[in-house]
Write a protein that binds this ligand. Structure first.
Ligand SMILES: Cc1ncc(COP(=O)(O)O)c(C=O)c1O
Length: 425
């Protein structure tokens, strides 16, 4: 049975045929591919065709698919029991490895997804400060918990309105939504409401509406204004954690948040999330404190084992330098492919996170992205599928470079992109 037959069956039994919406190819032409198996940076679909995968499960697979060390560690743990619901050594070991890389935090609590990590961190920030308002920025995604599914209110109203059906208005009216890259708007908001703000949450390199790299002044303002008003700064590092560098984004920016949220890479492909902070804040979490948070599968031994093996390999000397070199090679190749074929494009990159936008400069805010150009991405996506290269099925999503990518993979990809552009002229 091939992709088409699986898709026909899927749409009958799964809403939209999928278990997470972007997978449904609503933003690009064609129907989804069904992944049959994957290894390194490649996968084979149910039609038996091979692809170079630049989506890599949306980020967790920094070593590539089916890394042998991760696989061995996970199988070893699985043979000892899939889940205990009780303390076990691998959660301690992963916490030690995690905190060893992030010395600005004292403790970490493991959960089962990025959404759960952020939801719990927000609850903790509210519990610790005794305040309700959380500030988030347009274009940043922090998972699908109710209070964070918001869009900016119109006009002067900065408090959010639900952006999803099923979220009562009351769930989002303590979430303020502000634009990225706008220090005066943030200052004005904090001057008016600062004493009621529990936390500002931001992706340190916003990577959920393309890659909106911020000016250092903006991130510094987030830090300074939270400190000034007694609020907490939360860096949502679900994508950037252990991805953009040895310790994620915070040391690269030279800005230390009060809390951090993590996911993806720390589970090595298994469902894991985490939130980390300093001792006085973490003391508020149950069982030590009044902020409740729990999970049947939290600290799952198989996921902990896969995470440990992944952190171990990413901790080897030269690991991030190698990713940086590969990312730079891909970026240069894509820029040349666009220029050679008269395509207006900007390739934005932070280490192994990469995003191509079809406009002539890198946007720093959601409003600066020309959404009408996403149609070009759709055509590129289709052209690349025909040429054996798989990108995320939406132009708003970033691409991921992994340790398993070779120079050949990059050259083949760039050639496929150039050939696709060329076929349009
Ligand atoms: C920055 C950020 N936070 C939170 C999440 C939610 O994580 P999950 O999909 O594991 O629930 C994501 C997901 O991509 C994310 O990119």
């Amino acid at each position: 049975m091939g992709n088409a037959s699986w898709w026909e069956r899927a749409v009958k039994v799964l809403p939209g045929g999928v278990n997470s919406p972007v997978r449904a190819f609503k933003s690009v032409p064609g129907d989804p591919l069904f992944f049959k198996r994957a290894g390194g940076c490649r996968f084979i679909d149910e039609d038996g065709k091979e692809f170079i995968d630049w989506c890599l499960s949306w980020g967790p697979m920094i070593l590539g698919h089916a890394d042998p060390d991760v696989e061995t560690a996970a199988i070893e743990a699985l043979r000892e029991g899939a889940s205990f619901g009780a303390p076990s050594r691998r959660e301690v070991m992963l916490a030690e490895a995690f905190l060893g890389r992030l010395p600005h935090f004292d403790q970490v609590r493991f959960v089962s997804s990025g959404t759960e990590a952020v939801m719990s961190a927000i609850r903790l920030a509210r519990g610790f400060t005794g305040r309700d308002i959380v500030v988030k920025f347009v274009g940043c995604y922090h998972g699908h918990s109710d209070s964070l599914l918001v869009e900016a209110g119109s006009g002067l109203a900065t408090f959010g309105t639900p952006s999803s059906g099923g979220v009562p208005r009351g769930f989002t009216d303590s979430t303020a939504v502000l634009p990225l890259d706008d220090v005066p708007a943030l200052e004005a908001f904090m001057n008016e409401h600062g004493e009621k703000v529990a936390a500002i949450i931001v992706e340190p390199f916003p990577a959920n509406a393309g890659l909106l790299i911020q000016r250092p002044e903006f991130m510094q303002a987030c830090r300074d204004l939270t400190t000034k008003h007694g609020a907490l700064l939360i860096f949502d590092e679900v994508i950037t954690g252990f991805r953009v560098g040895h310790a994620g984004a915070a040391p690269l920016l030279g800005i230390m948040p009060d809390m951090g949220t993590y996911g993806k890479i720390i589970g090595g492909g298994f469902p894991v999330g985490a939130y980390a902070t300093r001792q006085d804040i973490m003391d508020c979490v149950s069982p030590n404190g009044p902020v409740y948070q729990a999970g049947t599968l939290s600290g799952n031994p198989v996921a902990m084992a896969a995470g440990l093996a992944t952190l171990h390999k990413t901790g080897q000397p030269g690991f991030y330098e190698d990713l940086e070199r590969k990312g730079a090679k891909l970026q240069a190749g894509l820029e040349k492919a666009a220029a050679d074929n008269g395509i207006t494009a900007t390739v934005v990159r932070q280490g192994s996170l990469i995003w191509t936008v079809f406009q002539d400069e890198a946007p720093r805010s959601f409003a600066a992205i020309d959404g009408t150009k996403m149609e070009i991405y759709g055509r590129l996506h289709r052209g690349l599928i025909e040429r054996g290269v798989y990108l995320a099925p939406s132009g708003w999503e970033v691409g991921f470079v992994c340790a398993a990518n070779t120079d050949d993979d990059i050259d083949l990809t760039v050639a496929a992109v150039a050939d696709t552009f060329n076929s349009w002229s």
